[in-house]
Design a protein. Structure first.
Lengths: 386, 354
């Protein structure tokens, strides 16, 4: 039973290190050019369309996808390196991150060929932004309670209802959403939902921004009123979205973004304590680094499993559970350790500003993309408890 | 339990299953299981896994030996297998042949130090030496005027104050007072007490990870048997979530320990990257021993708190193993100093280098 929970010590191959150098050099140039400030994760406008295009031009979007769709046919481990370097640098990845991580792979699996040929190359060029339409006002973790209806009409479907907490919907060109096409059955309450590709920025879709406790406006309410979606925008099996949703979770849940979201405060703490820390600071930093290293090794291991064609859903859930709890606690631990930092530390102001933002960010980390409770349910099922 | 594709581990697991079954061992008040187990392990050449053929050992790879220790943790093996392996490994660093029988290593703490004089006579006190009382020989790392040396010592020459660790295994204080070793040779260049502590710490990490795997296994099994409030306790969400966390701690310990073992097995030198791996393994596994063990006990309720139940053979040993070759507090301070000394902008490159 526990044989399923092995995290083999996968090492990144040599070619990844060359790539890592290229990514670091690129990011250094972007920082020097003023595209973004790596010390300021709390920027107000996180959309950076020009940066997105330049990342695309480097060939770092859709890296693992077939070449005929604009991809590079490179490995998940190479994509991993690009993702973690971008995250650690606090690069503005919002515009392309979701499309690259999960929307593209969903299209590759379920979209008709002409749509793939149209959309995937544009993702690879960094031109378009995706949102994910899952949650609704009365359906969050309980995905299969979604009520937004897709009613069959000539040549397509009419959509009516509301999605909510939809990140990036205000800038997105497309959304991949689940809508109700039939009622659930007695035997299967998950039956009746269908996955659709939705072209945004059209009449019939209204995007209302929602203020977050960080002061940012990155998620939205999206209201559909008799909005038309053509038949060829159905992704996969009608009424069968529940069969499609699970395998993508391993991609979504095990990446470096699941423990590096608040990493910047750790770097800044190390800077603040200087080269000769007292015992208390040294111990605190040592523990945090040991925990960070362990999570990264687990996360790389899952990337290796994905590369090997496995579907490590339980392992990915473990990475996200441990990783998000850690990144949530990190700003508070750093705050503890920074309590006695010298008033004269040159980066004191930066650290305080970052902590302020990280502490406000922290509560969402164990909620977005699958709550801790949902993850532990998946792990429990993997253990044979459900 | 993990399937192994490794002949060393397969051999060991068979011996453990036959002669170190935790329930049988736990019921045996006279410890009559010990001698046959040790004999079988010795006949299979396992205690001297890390000693090359020409120095009297069986010449297994570092990787195979680490996997063997992980398996030993899954059975909570309570004979000086890890200690004899480490002693043989230490002696082999100086090309000293290993004798037969149980051995252990000293010092076993980064805070203790053994010295030798110009004639090679050894002096010093080592605390918390695992299985010193059972050992026929000690492998000793000693410091002299010209650097570190490695020595083989007849255990009868040392003064032993016997003690027990939190897991009821021997953890003794050994005092050497101008003891003439059987052999003493210089340690290889760059080999120091930190190297030895990191190696010992990774050995203990693999044992802790193995114990956690077993704790997860028996806790899941128990939760699927025990009925309370008219249903199996595994059906309660609170219990499920606790077990999910235990699975996470077990997975983290195993990942940290196997990663460090892999790092050492493939290392050309004990550089900062190996230091990060080995220190992190000991820190994270020790944390997992505390958090994971607590959950295993919580799931078992009162029965897990009894001497007749096998849970304590794992939970208490995992806690005891935290103390050997540098506690997690020790390694956290040292790792923190290393990170601070390298500087803030060198932290990520170090982490990403693994």
């Amino acid at each position: 039973m526990t044989a399923a929970l092995r995290f083999d010590p996968i090492r990144l191959p040599e070619k990844c290190e060359q790539l890592r150098k290229e990514v670091r050099a690129f990011l250094a140039e972007e920082i020097a050019a003023g595209t973004f400030d790596p010390h300021k994760p709390n920027r107000e406008d996180t959309d950076a369309p020009e940066f997105s295009r330049r990342v695309g031009a480097k060939g770092w979007l859709g890296m693992t996808w077939p070449k005929k769709y604009g991809g590079q046919e490179r490995s998940f481990l190479e994509r991993y390196v690009v993702t973690e370097e971008m995250r650690v640098a606090n690069a503005p990845t919002r515009r392309f991150f979701v499309a690259d991580r999960q929307s593209g792979p969903v299209l590759i699996k379920y979209a008709p060929e002409h749509i793939k040929m149209d959309i995937l190359p544009r993702i690879c060029r960094g031109e378009i932004c995706f949102a994910i339409g899952m949650s609704e006002p009365n359906s969050g973790s309980d995905l299969f309670a979604a009520k937004t209806r897709a009613t069959k009409t000539d040549g397509g479907y009419l959509i009516n209802g509301t999605k909510i907490w939809t990140s990036s919907a205000h800038i997105a060109d497309y959304m991949i959403a689940i809508f109700r096409t039939s009622q659930p059955t007695k035997e299967n309450r998950r039956h009746g939902l269908t996955q659709f590709l939705v072209k945004m920025k059209q009449p019939g879709i209204q995007v209302n921004p929602i203020g977050q406790i960080t002061g940012q406006y990155e998620f939205n309410e999206v209201v559909f009123t008799d909005f038309f979606v053509p038949d060829d925008h159905v992704l996969g099996e009608v009424d069968g979205a529940w069969k499609q949703a699970t395998s993508e979770l391993a991609y979504e849940r095990s990446g470096p973004e699941r423990f590096l979201e608040t990493y910047y405060v750790l770097t800044e703490l190390v800077r603040a304590v200087g080269p000769n820390p007292d015992t208390r600071s040294a111990e605190g930093i040592g523990r945090l680094v040991a925990q960070l290293h362990t999570m990264r090794r687990m996360s790389v291991s899952v990337a290796g499993m994905l590369q090997a064609g496995k579907e490590p859903v339980v392992e990915a859930s473990i990475v996200k559970d441990i990783g998000t709890v850690w990144e949530q606690q990190l700003p508070h631990r750093v705050r503890d350790l920074a309590a006695f930092v010298e008033e004269t530390a040159t980066n004191r102001e930066t650290l305080e500003r970052q902590l302020d933002f990280a502490i406000k960010t922290a509560p969402k980390l164990t909620i977005q993309g699958g709550t801790t409770e949902v993850l532990r349910g998946i792990i429990a099922r993997g253990l044979g408890l459900r | 339990m993990a399937e192994s594709d490794n002949i060393v581990v397969e051999t060991a697991e068979k011996i453990f299953a036959d002669l170190a079954d935790p329930q049988t061992v736990n019921n045996d008040k006279k410890d009559s299981w010990q001698a046959p187990l040790w004999q079988a392990l010795s006949e299979a050449g396992l205690p001297l896994s890390w000693v090359p053929d020409d120095l009297g050992g069986s010449g297994a790879s570092l990787a195979d030996g680490f996997a063997l220790l992980n398996a030993a943790g899954r059975f909570a093996v309570a004979v000086p297998l890890a200690e004899t392996m480490l002693a043989g490994w230490l002696l082999a660093q100086a090309k000293i042949a290993s004798p037969e029988g149980e051995m252990t290593v000293l010092p076993a703490s980064p805070r203790d130090r053994i010295t030798h004089d110009a004639e090679g006579a050894l002096s010093g006190r080592a605390r918390g030496v695992p299985f010193a009382k059972a050992a026929r020989h000690f492998a000793v790392l000693a410091h002299g005027k010209d650097g570190a040396s490695i020595a083989l010592v007849d255990a009868a020459k040392g003064r032993i104050e016997s003690g027990l660790n939190v897991g009821y295994d021997h953890s003794d204080t050994v005092t050497l007072d101008k003891v003439q070793p059987i052999t003493i040779k210089p340690a290889p260049k760059g080999f120091d007490q930190t190297t030895m502590m990191l190696m010992g710490g990774v050995a203990r990490s693999l044992q802790i990870a193995g114990a956690l795997e077993a704790m997860l296994d028996i806790s899941v099994r128990y939760s699927n048997e025990r009925v309370a409030f008219e249903k199996k306790i595994s059906k309660f969400q609170a219990v499920q979530h606790n077990l999910a966390r235990l699975a996470g701690e077990s997975a983290a310990a195993l990942a940290a320990a196997t990663s460090a073992a892999d790092a050492i097995a493939n290392a050309k030198a004990f550089d900062d990257a190996v230091y990060l791996e080995a220190a992190s393994a000991k820190i994270r596994c020790a944390e997992a021993a505390e958090k994971g063990g607590a959950i295993a006990h919580q799931v078992h309720g009162a029965i897990g708190f009894t001497l007749e139940h096998i849970l304590h053979r794992y939970s208490l040993r995992a806690l005891a193993w935290r103390d050997d070759f540098g506690s997690e507090s020790h390694w956290a301070v040292e790792l923190g100093k290393l990170v601070a000394n390298r500087g803030a902008d060198e932290l990520w490159p170090l982490v990403a280098s693994r």
